[in-house]
Write a protein that binds this ligand. Sequence first.
Ligand code: SAM
Length: 336
Amino acid sequence: MQATIVQDDIKHYPVLLKEIVSVITPQHGGTFIDCTFGQGGYTKEILKYKNTKVLGLDRDIDSKKKAKQIENQFPDRFQFKNLRFSKLNNLKLKNENIKGIVFDLGYSFVQIKDPNKGLSFNSKGELNMMMGLNEFSADQVINKLEKHELEKILNYFGDESDAKIISKNIIKFRETKKINTQDLVSIIERSKRKKNFKVHIATKTFQALRIFVNKEISELIYGLINSAKILKKNGVLAVITFHSLEDKIVKYFFKNLSENKSVSRYEPKIEQKPLSFLMPQKKPITPSDQEIIKNQPSRSAKLRYVIKNNDSYEIETDIEKKFSNFLEIEKLGSKL
Ligand SMILES: C[S@@+](CC[C@H](N)C(=O)[O-])C[C@H]1O[C@@H](n2cnc3c(N)ncnc32)[C@H](O)[C@@H]1O
């Protein structure tokens, strides 16, 4: 589960904060986009440096209250938009000199704890899981989609090995009653063949549903593509992921932009184009032991980044093709 912010009443800890700053270097000034504003942890840190400006985005309207406080403090240097980051291209930023774009994916602790959002298997009542600006909820997914469709969602987005039996039992149960959060947890408990005592039995199914309801795969893919386009030369694109599917997408995209395609030595030599991005390190940056002790959910965080090598708005990538299976499954949502 992704929670970058741990709150003990008033304190919260944005994940890998020091590391993000060292990668995007706000000390040199410039305009930055915080695509996952949340509680404003990164934004506030960037604004500590003079000559910086931040545009914060978040799909959750609840972030607006925090954003308002920062807007009052920095009226000329900070702006907030309640927007999904896949829509970054709507903001007409093509001619702005953007120095850095950051993504801290997933959910904040505040969202996970919000009973109205129903993101957690500990929530009570109707299934929901919408982060904001959604088209359908988990309630519609579980109570309306067909068995083979549910199975695909659990399989692809949750890597749930018991997807088949869970989906079968969902269909059986809903003949008698509409399924709510607690019903879903007990269906999963009855369906799972092996129990793993380290993680909650419903973790994978809930992850799959959150990804599907919030269209997290297309959000990430188009968020990355649009960011890569609008950055200017030397601009940095930095992304923190929390689960393997997100990391796979980011890793592939960054490799795609920063490495030439390998050509067989038997094929005629073609001139390779200059690379549009540089990847200074292949290995992701991960939290220190001290950070993990202070903020347990940070343990699965991975920070990857690339630096733009030109001013072109055009980028070459086959990321949509590579993850087309996942994008196809997301389209099942259009039935709801
Ligand atoms: C892990 S939190 C970010 C915490 C933030 N870095 C901080 O320090 O306060 C992730 C935030 O991203 C937002 N988010 C997730 N997906 C989004 C999307 N596709 N578009 C815009 N915001 C998104 C969530 O609503 C949540 O507030």
